[in-house]
Design a binder for this molecule. Structure first.
Ligand code: PLP
Length: 386
């Protein structure tokens, strides 16, 4: 062992009920998955629109492989940027109604790259305390001064902005919070940014494809647009594939392309994924029923669930967290569901605050009403038993 205290650290994690393990999937992602030869009804993925194993996407990926091969073979700025990548960027920009877009291999890399491309030592990054880990890491990597305000606390943010004397100021927020499913007060955040001459970066990982009449995400949901907004979203969740993008003015996108180290110093993602994503974007535009069905499933879940000691957070997104409380309790609930053939992941600290361990129920357009009925019946029983 390289460090003798590694085993102790792992034992300590285990003692706190915080040791994580992986389930090994033997099927495609979907409403029903196979693990260890068993079929499960699954409420754990971010495949909100049910596109991850859609036949049209699989077909496009195969055609993409036939045309471009499997690996991109180089970074975008050398010779790895294919016609499929290029078309995808143009279609993404048009879809979110921005001048230009730039794709990244993952949302994690996009956030590191975007923030560190724009911000430096003399700058200030202000972030919601419940933001995704990648946004915090991004701010640290940028070497800007980094301050966090309490979740949705506009007053505290205002005080921070009012006293700032930095060259550039950036407010960064998840658009939809991944563990709570609540939506950031974007119009109010934007108004503060305008007042104090700051920019606003929105991470719409969970809103893109889901929010808004046409699935254009949080900007469409609120009906806003502003040159101050730096919009990013991921392509491995509702879009069902892999990757991420940032969208905005030509100048913003050029700057990120020239400066983002997670864009420059890495191999382009496989072009076949860009081919699949072009089809995914097409289905997002044409299949409005997927978003309608999701809203109906969320309403049905709220209506059927009867667990007085366990509380569903108020959420109008497909993320429907059920607060259980303790780490061991949430593990027991998740395990009891599993014995009934249902998967709903237990989320524990430090991902969520202490005492707020939860089942993160995530709905997908691939679920049927009957699937949700099965889940609520199991939960209603368990809430009485446990
Ligand atoms: C999932 C997620 C990311 C990371 O995206 P990946 O493509 O999975 O790396 C970034 N931000 C938020 C809010 C996310 O939920």
């Amino acid at each position: 062992m390289p460090f003798p205290d590694l085993a102790n650290d792992l034992h300590a994690l285990e003692a706190q009920g915080l040791l994580r393990s992986r389930r090994i999937l033997e099927s495609a992602q979907g409403a029903h998955v196979q693990i260890d030869g068993q079929d499960y009804l699954a409420f754990g993925s971010n495949d909100y629109l049910g596109l991850a194993s859609h036949p049209a996407l699989i077909d496009s990926a195969c055609r993409g492989a036939a045309q471009y091969g499997v690996g991109a073979g180089a970074s975008h700025l050398i010779v790895g940027h294919s016609a499929a990548h290029h078309q995808l960027e143009q279609e993404l920009a048009a879809f979110v109604q921005q001048a230009a877009a730039l794709t990244f291999s993952t949302g994690y890399m996009a956030n590191l790259g975007i923030v560190s491309a724009l911000m430096g030592r003399n700058d200030l990054v202000l972030a919601d305390k419940l933001n995704h880990a990648s946004l915090n890491d991004a701010a640290l990597l940028s070497r800007a001064r980094f301050q966090r305000y309490s979740h949705f606390d506009l007053k505290q943010l205002e005080v921070m902005l009012a006293s700032a004397k930095h060259r550039r100021k950036l407010v960064v927020t998840d658009a939809v919070f991944s563990m709570d499913g609540d939506i950031a007060p974007v119009p109010e955040l934007l108004a503060l940014c305008e007042r104090f001459d700051a920019s606003l970066m929105l991470d719409d990982a969970h809103g893109f494809g889901v929010l808004g009449e046409h699935g254009r995400g949080v900007l469409e949901y609120f009906g806003i647009e502003s040159p101050r907004i730096i919009y990013m979203a991921t392509l491995g969740k509702a879009a069902g594939v892999f990757g991420a993008f940032v969208a905005g003015s030509e100048t913003l996108i050029q700057t990120v392309m020239q400066r983002a180290r997670t864009y420059i110093y890495t191999t382009a993602f496989p072009p076949l994924l860009a081919s699949a994503l072009i089809t995914s974007l097409h289905l997002m535009r044409t299949d409005a029923w997927r978003r309608r069905h999701l809203r109906e499933l969320a309403a049905y879940l709220k209506q059927r669930l009867n667990t007085p000691s366990w509380r569903l957070l108020p959420s109008e997104t497909p993320i429907q967290p059920l607060i259980i409380g303790g780490n061991r309790e949430v593990m027991a609930a998740s395990e009891a569901l599993r014995e009934r053939g249902i998967l709903a992941p237990a989320i524990r600290p430090p991902t969520v605050p202490k005492g707020e361990a939860r089942l993160r129920i995530s709905l997908s357009a691939a679920h049927s009403k009957e699937d949700v009925r099965r889940l609520t019946e199991a939960l209603n029983e368990l809430a009485q038993e446990l």
